[in-house]
Design a protein around this ligand. Structure first.
Ligand code: AMP
Ligand code: GLY
Length: 416
C-alpha cells in the first residue's frame, strides 16, 4: 500500500521507521517530515491544519492510508476531510478528537461512561478557581482547557502560582491531585474493537528527579517491570471500552489511537488525560518493541477490520529513549546550531533540519533528537540509549540523566 504520514517530530520519525519496515508498504510519503524521516520517506509540504489541502494531497499521491501524527490536524478535521474522499485514515474525527482538544469534554465523557478519574471543576473566573483550589487543597492541579502541547498543566503547592496560571489561561479545569506512578497506555481502535500496545512511562518534567516545569516529554521506557499484573486488562475493561461505547452512543465513534494517561493510585488506575494520537516520546519505545507490521495494524483500525487482525507480536526485552533538548527548553529554545553524531541507528529526529548550503544538520526546535535503544533488559536498553546520547554534539543542549533509572533499581512503588 501507499501511505501518507503527517507530522515531523520524533513520534513521526518512529512511525515512519515502523511503516517503512512493513513489507506491505510500497511507498511512504511524509509531510512535512524531517531529515530523519527523509531517510525512509519521500518528503513533501502541505499545511497540516488545512483539511482540504491534505485531502487533495492524499488524492494526488494516490495513497491507500493516511496516518496522522500530531493533534493539530485531528482537531482541525483533517481525518474527516480525508475520509470524505474515500481514503482510509488512521486518526479520529474532529468531534472524537475533542477527547484531547477539550479537557471539559473529556471529563464529561468520563463521567457519563463511569470511568475512574480525578474529580474536577471547570472554572472561568478567579473566584470559582479559588473555591475549587480550596475544595481539593494542595498540591494544586490547574489545566488549560484547550490544546497546549503538553505544557498547559501546572501542578504546584503554591496557591498564588495556581491562581496565576488560571488567570493566564482563561478557562481552566481544576482537579484533585492523583498520587501514584504514571502510565501511558496506547490503544489502537476502529471505534469498537480495541488493541492495547505495551504500557510505557514517560518523564514530563524537564529535570532529574522530576524537577522543574512540564515539557512535551523528556524520555520514556517500556515495558513497565513494576506494573501490577492485570493492569492492561483492567484499564481496557474500566476505561477504554466504556469510553469507546460512550462515544459510539453519542454518534461520534473514536477510531485511531486512544492514548490513556493514567496514575496508578492506592485505589487503582485513574485517568489523568486522554490524547487522540500517539504520545511522544513513548511511541519511540513502544514501536521499537512491536514486531507486528505497523501499516497493516493501522490500516485495519482505519477500515473497521481490527477485530479480524491477528494478535500483536512483541520483541523480548525493553526499550528506552532519552530526549536531547535545546538550551532553554521548555522556554523559548535556542535554535540554528549544528548537530553532530546524529547519523546513527536509534537516533530519532524531532527538531532538526538540513542547512541548504552544505547539508549540515541544524537544531530547529525544543526537543531536537532522541536516542532510542532496545536491550535484553531495561538496564541494558538504558545504557545503550545513553551511549547514543553521549555521541550527540549540540551546543547548550541538555537531557535528563535518570530516564528509567528508578524502574531499573526497582524503586517505583504504588501508594497503599
Ligand atoms: P496532562 O497534560 O493532563 O497530561 O498533564 C501533564 C502532567 O501533569 C501529567 O502527566 C501529570 O504528571 C501531571 N498531572 C496532571 N493532572 C494531574 C493530577 N490530577 N494529579 C497529579 N498529577 C497530574
Ligand atoms: N508524552 C506526552 C504526550 O505525548 O503528550
Amino acid at each position: 500500500m501507499r501511505v501518507l504520514l503527517l507530522g515531523g517530530g520524533g513520534r513521526e520519525h518512529a512511525l515512519a521507521l515502523g511503516l517503512a519496515a512493513d513489507s506491505s508498504v510500497e511507498a511512504l510519503i511524509a509531510a512535512p517530515g524531517n531529515p530523519g524521516i527523509g531517510g525512509v520517506a519521500e518528503l513533501c509540504q502541505v499545511d497540516l491544519t488545512d483539511p482540504a489541502g491534505v485531502a487533495g494531497l492524499a488524492v494526488e499521491a494516490g495513497v491507500d492510508l493516511v496516518v496522522i501524527g500530531p493533534e493539530g490536524p485531528l482537531v482541525a478535521g483533517v481525518a474527516d476531510a480525508v475520509r470524505a474522499k474515500g481514503i482510509a485514515v488512521f486518526g479520529p474525527s474532529a468531534e472524537a478528537a475533542r477527547l484531547e482538544g477539550s479537557k471539559t469534554f473529556a471529563k464529561d465523557v468520563m463521567t457519563a461512561a463511569g470511568v475512574p478519574t480525578a474529580r474536577a471543576f471547570t472554572c472561568t473566573d478567579p473566584e470559582d478557581t479559588a473555591k475549587a483550589l480550596d475544595e481539593f487543597g494542595p498540591p494544586y492541579v490547574v489545566k488549560n482547557d484547550g490544546l497546549a502541547a503538553g505544557k498547559g498543566v501546572v501542578v504546584t503547592d503554591d496557591r498564588a502560582a495556581a491562581l496565576a496560571h488560571a488567570a493566564e489561561c482563561g478557562r481552566v479545569v481544576v482537579e484533585e491531585y492523583l498520587a501514584g506512578p504514571e502510565v501511558s497506555l496506547f490503544v489502537v481502535t476502529d471505534g469498537e474493537a480495541a488493541v492495547p500496545l505495551l504500557p510505557a512511562q514517560d518523564f514530563k518534567r524537564v529535570g532529574d528527579g522530576d524537577a522543574g516545569p512540564n515539557t512535551g516529554g523528556m524520555g520514556a521506557y517500556a515495558p513497565l517491570p513494576w506494573a501490577p499484573p492485570g493492569l492492561v486488562d483492567e484499564v481496557m475493561a474500566d476505561v477504554v471500552h466504556p469510553t469507546l461505547a460512550e462515544l459510539r452512543r453519542r454518534g461520534t465513534p473514536f477510531a485511531g489511537l486512544l492514548y490513556v494517561g493514567l496514575a496508578i493510585t492506592a485505589t487503582g488506575p485513574r485517568v489523568i488525560e486522554f490524547n487522540a494520537r500517539f504520545g511522544d516520546p513513548e511511541t519511540q519505545v513502544v514501536l521499537a518493541l512491536l514486531e507486528t507490521p505497523l501499516a497493516g495494524l493501522l490500516h485495519a483500525a482505519a477500515t473497521g477490520t481490527l477485530a479480524a487482525h491477528p494478535p500483536l507480536r512483541w520483541r523480548d526485552g525493553a526499550a528506552v529513549t532519552v530526549v536531547v533538548a535545546a538550551e532553554n527548553y521548555p522556554g523559548t529554545p535556542r535554535t540554528g546550531d549544528v548537530i553532530t553524531g546524529a547519523e546513527r541507528p536509534g537516533v530519532i529526529h524531532a527538531g532538526t533540519a538540513r542547512r541548504a548550503t552544505d547539508g549540515a544538520l541544524l537544531s530547529t526546535g525544543g526537543r531536537v533528537l532522541c536516542g532510542t535503544a532496545t536491550g535484553p533488559t531495561l538496564a541494558a536498553a538504558r545504557d545503550a540509549a545513553y551511549e547514543l546520547v553521549r555521541g550527540i554534539g549540540l551546543a547548550g543542549s541538555h537531557h535528563r540523566t535518570d530516564i528509567a533509572a528508578a524502574a531499573v533499581e526497582g524503586q517505583i512503588t504504588i501508594p497503599d
